[in-house]
Design a protein around this ligand. Structure first.
Ligand SMILES: Cc1cc2nc3c(=O)[nH]c(=O)nc-3n(C[C@H](O)[C@H](O)[C@H](O)COP(=O)(O)O)c2cc1C
Length: 492
């Protein structure tokens, strides 16, 4: 397996760290090229099976050659395992604590789905030239690069590379039948939540007492009608979620995403029924369903290898459109509810929710506390191409489709019961239609990344396989003392 270690370095410290990384990888049997990022041509990157990129930090910014390299080669990097390192603090903090990547580096990690990052200590020579380096050098010069730190980190990378399947199958771990197979408990939790949802829906549909009319009884029990409309859709969501779970078990990434989204739908639905519905024997069924749907949602989301998602959505994902719709929806919902809340506050309309007409307050709390943040997170993280954004947006799309359909059915059944025009439900139908169409495009974009060549012979135009580390010399202007001397100054 051939690995590229590319670095962006101004004064040679990061180049020295890159050489160390290369040496350690070569010592573990990999063929390694260590090269200045600016000297790597875009055509070279596809010849490597894995890439490590290192950048010196200046004013919290990664060296521009490292940034440029990642941006230029984002497409190729997305389909290979990639790790980043930064250098680094001019004190011992990199060794005594885990220093997270800077915001810019985090963004680049999201862009290419990097699997990991480490911050190594840095080095500043006492005779550093140029301002402000020379001023800093007066009291902060020294070498805090630690070879043991480098070795420990490379060990993690080597373990990752060695314990994966052959490189061509590596990316299957997003939806594997094997190591990441679904545990029996995750299946039991989901099955329990779905059974609870079916029981609650059947109870609401078949039993008048599920939503008893208040006293004095209104001409039409509209809350029962609404709950029945919603439950009709839940009866469709349950088998759809079961099919998604079965697909997830077979290793489908789409199955896992739809499964997670449907569990989120159940969480919202039964939280709302439990806290805003009337107290009946079905209350226990609502709470039972909620209690199982929450952990089922967690295990469904956790079954997805989030770091690899950008590579799976590298195709024609309607990323910007999905983000825009999620943000638009979240903003519209927040504005509508906040307007009502502000008006109530302004007119001093305070007090306890009353038993029958209290849905507004609970729904406002659930929407502003759950749905609006979900939409905002989906929109922002997807725009930033963060790995988690692809997962959250998928969950949002499924929730928007299923809840939009439930909302439409709720209004439609209520309209039929009160002998009003079905047209009242039409505006609500826009959300499931938009979410459905977007969802189809979004999920259709899921593609297994192109397999990597598992041996040099399979790689067209690949240079001859070559064991050991190949340190490409730094250009003249950045030339530093020889590698051995450089490393000799590192603290051991
Ligand atoms: C002007 C200046 C700004 C720096 N800013 C940061 C910084 O924001 N964060 C950090 O961790 N290190 C910072 N450093 C330390 C360098 O990142 C460290 O010296 C690094 O190892 C240099 O790498 P290079 O020799 O490959 O250019 C700064 C150093 C200088 C001279």
């Amino acid at each position: 397996m051939r690995i590229l270690v590319a670095y962006g370095s101004k004064r040679g410290a990061t180049a020295g760290l890159a050489a160390r990384v290369g040496e350690a990888l070569a010592g573990r049997g990999f063929a390694v090229d260590v090269r200045a990022a600016a000297d790597v041509s875009d055509a070279d990157v596809p010849h490597y099976d894995a890439v490590v990129v290192g950048g010196a930090l200046y004013m919290n910014l990664w060296h521009r050659h490292a940034r440029g390299f990642v941006r230029r080669n984002a497409t190729a990097l997305r389909s290979r395992p990639v790790w980043f390192f930064s250098s680094g603090p001019l004190d011992g903090t990199a060794r005594t604590s885990v220093i997270p990547p800077t915001r810019g580096v985090q963004r680049l990690m999201g862009l290419v789905g990097a699997l990991g990052h480490v911050t190594f200590g840095g080095r500043l020579a006492g005779d550093a030239r140029g301002f402000p380096a020379s001023a800093m050098a007066r009291n902060r010069s020294g070498d805090w690069r630690d070879p043991a730190h480098v070795r420990d980190w490379v060990e993690e990378i080597a373990r990752w590379l060695n314990t994966r399947k052959p490189v061509g199958e590596r990316l299957d771990d997003v939806s594997p039948p094997g190591a990441r197979g679904l545990s029996l408990s995750s299946l039991a939790l989901t099955a329990g939540a779905l059974l609870g949802a079916v029981a609650a829906s059947a109870g609401i549909l078949l039993w008048e007492g599920a939503f008893p009319a208040p006293s004095p009884a209104p001409p039409v029990n509209t809350l029962l009608a609404e709950a029945r409309g919603w439950s009709l859709v839940t009866l469709l969501v349950a088998p759809a979620a079961a099919i998604a779970l079965a697909a997830a078990r077979r290793g489908s990434l789409r199955g896992r995403l739809v499964w997670a989204g449907s569990m989120a739908y159940l969480v919202y639905t039964y939280l709302e029924f439990a806290v805003s519905g009337p107290f009946t024997p079905l209350f226990l069924v609502y709470v039972f369903t909620l209690a199982l749907a929450v952990p089922a949602l967690v295990v469904a989301a956790a079954s997805v290898n989030v770091a690899a998602l950008p590579r799976w959505f590298a195709g024609r994902t309607p990323r910007r459109l999905t983000a825009a719709v999620a943000l638009l929806f979240a903003g519209g919902l927040a504005a509508a509810w906040l307007k009502r809340i502000v008006l109530r506050v302004a007119s001093a309309d305070f007090g306890w929710p009353d038993a029958y007409g209290s849905v507004g307050q609970v729904v406002h709390a659930l929407d502003l506390g759950l749905l609006v943040p979900l939409g905002i997170a989906a929109g922002i993280l997807l725009l930033q191409r963060r790995p988690a954004g692809y997962l959250i947006a998928a969950i949002w799309l499924v929730v928007a489709l299923e809840m939009g359909a439930a909302l439409t059915a709720m209004v439609a059944v209520s309209a039929v019961t009160t002998r009003q025009s079905l047209l009242a439900a039409a505006p609500f139908g826009v959300l499931p239609l938009v979410a459905g169409a977007l969802g189809v495009a979004y999920f259709r974009a899921v593609r297994a990344p192109p397999p990597l060549a598992s041996s040099p012979a399979e790689r067209p135009e690949a240079p001859d396989p070559q064991a050991g580390v190949d340190v490409v010399p730094l250009p003249e202007r950045r030339a530093q003392p020889a590698l051995a001397a450089d490393n000799g100054r590192m603290r051991g």
